[in-house]
Design a protein. Structure first.
Length: 80
C-alpha cells in the first residue's frame, strides 16, 4: 500500500465518522421544524445534546435518536 493509498483510506475513515454528526439544519429537517426552533431548544436546554467545534454546533445522530425516543415515550408512545 502506498502513502497515497494510506492517506485516502484515512480520509475515508474520517468522513465515515463525521457522517454520524448532524448540523442544526439537518436536525431541523429530520424533526420537520425550523432551525430557529432547534436553536431555541438548545438555548433553553430542551433539545438533543449538542457540542461545538469552533463556531459550528453539531449533534451526534445517536443523541438525536435518543431525544426522539424520549419525546415519543413522553407523549404516549406510538403517536403518529
Amino acid at each position: 500500500m502506498t502513502m497515497k493509498d494510506d492517506l485516502h483510506a484515512a480520509a475515508e475513515r474520517a468522513h465515515a465518522r463525521m457522517q454520524r454528526y448532524m448540523t442544526t439544519a439537518e436536525v431541523a429537517d429530520l424533526l420537520r421544524t425550523s432551525p430557529e426552533t432547534v436553536r431555541y431548544w438548545r438555548h433553553i436546554g430542551e433539545g438533543p445534546t449538542s457540542f461545538k467545534v469552533g463556531r459550528r454546533v453539531l449533534y451526534d445522530a445517536a443523541d438525536v435518536e435518543k431525544f426522539i425516543a424520549e419525546r415519543r415515550a413522553a407523549s404516549g408512545g406510538d403517536a403518529a
